[in-house]
Design a protein around this ligand. Sequence first.
Ligand SMILES: NC(=O)c1ccc[n+]([C@@H]2O[C@H](COP(=O)([O-])OP(=O)(O)OC[C@H]3O[C@@H](n4cnc5c(N)ncnc54)[C@H](O)[C@@H]3O)[C@@H](O)[C@H]2O)c1
Ligand SMILES: N[C@H](CO)Cc1c[nH]c[nH+]1
Ligand SMILES: [Zn+2]
Length: 428
Amino acid sequence: MMQLITNPSPQEWETILKRPTQELKDIEATVEQIFAEVIQQGDEAVSKYTRLFDGVEVDHLLVSNEEVQEAEQLITSDLKEAIQLAKHNIETFHAAQKTSRVVVETQPGVKCWQEKRPIQKVGLYIPGGSAPLFSTVLMLALPAKIAGCKEIVLCTPPDKEGKIHPAILYTAQLCGITKICKAGGIQAIGAMTFGTASIPKVFKIFGPGNQYVTVAKQLATQYNVSIDMPAGPSELLVMADESAKPAFVASDLLSQAEHGADSQVILVSTSANLVGEVQTEIIRQLNELPRKEIATKAIKNSKIILLENKEDALNLINEYAPEHFIVCTNDNDFFIENIENAGSVFIGNYTPESAGDYASGTNHTLPTNGYAKQYSGVNLDAFTKSITFQEISPEGVHYIGKAVELMAEAEGLDAHKNAMSLRIESLK
Ligand SMILES: NC(=O)c1ccc[n+]([C@@H]2O[C@H](COP(=O)([O-])OP(=O)(O)OC[C@H]3O[C@@H](n4cnc5c(N)ncnc54)[C@H](O)[C@@H]3O)[C@@H](O)[C@H]2O)c1
Ligand SMILES: N[C@H](CO)Cc1c[nH]c[nH+]1
Ligand SMILES: [Zn+2]
């Protein structure tokens, strides 16, 4: 059962709220070893670690057209319709994030603006170790396509027969992804970082994964690749008072607990009654879950925190910086207005977190492990770069020329000053 802690002092929060995952330093040596082999042996190293970690020998790292076509036959039309509805909503939400060019005249004759350009080569990691997360294909491939990324590579681990789940293949082809690689974990991140004969090197790697994938992504940034964010084992914090329905709260907590033994869920409440009812519901619902064993382990890492007032609750939530934050209280506005650190927020009794995992339209690739303090979840901008532009007329030189000369001189950079002085002189 989840450990119940009543009125902890702020000094105790850090220890109480520690995530159950290993740290970067615990996994670093393994990642460096696998990266070194991928650099030297390419596909062979990817196959070696697929054998070791996924327990399967893969002949071809790339999924064939036949495999994709076969997958389409294996998906029911109901599931295809559900995926298409989710696709529509995710596309609509992300397409609305496009921005138009805003030209600003900072001084007469000095025009500045910025424009977005797609990142040309991107790699998408789709988790597949414990569950085939085909919903993640939608979350990554759709914004990549809307942004206009030209080369999109998808990596996901094969199953014990060396196959990729048909729903992943169906969703990938629905989103127009053609390069699908049978590789997971550290070896997949290494392949997209350094490139192998089968798997191209990319400029930026996206996607969630377990702690090995997450640390590999973080270390990949030392080799000229950027990443979306550390998006590791799923987590959820629910803030609920007596206005929340206990069965709903318990179902939300279990929905993220079933992701993995290293997931963590937290219930924060100001109501002892609600806490008691949620505990009863968790036991009842847990018993009926096929992934009971996994969820039970995650529940052991999890906490219920009973606090006296909403102000303390808010401070604790901002300190924890949850990946997902459900708020279901008599004063949701207080939390909505004051939340500083969270990946994605779900409001009220009828907004389960799983709606955002699949179909409401928001992105489910979100920062975990407290990284919501400094990272956003995946959005359209993550697949683009902003380039700034400027155009200065002779009138503009008149307005800013002297300032540039003076500042360059003060920094002792005469060549900088000359570049402006020549223009000023030419206009006399
Ligand atoms: N933060 C987010 O946005 C978000 C979204 C979806 C899922 N998730 C999380 O993604 C994770 C998916 O994890 P998963 O394990 O199911 O799939 P995964 O694809 O992330 O990882 C599977 C791979 O891990 C590697 N691996 C397994 N054991 C290893 C070991 N001992 N040493 C080195 N490598 C090893 C294997 O190569 C395997 O292919 C879950 O923790 C889930 O909570 C997070
Ligand atoms: N909750 C996960 C993000 O942490 C996303 C997901 C995919 N499928 C189900 N859930
Ligand atoms: Zn989920």
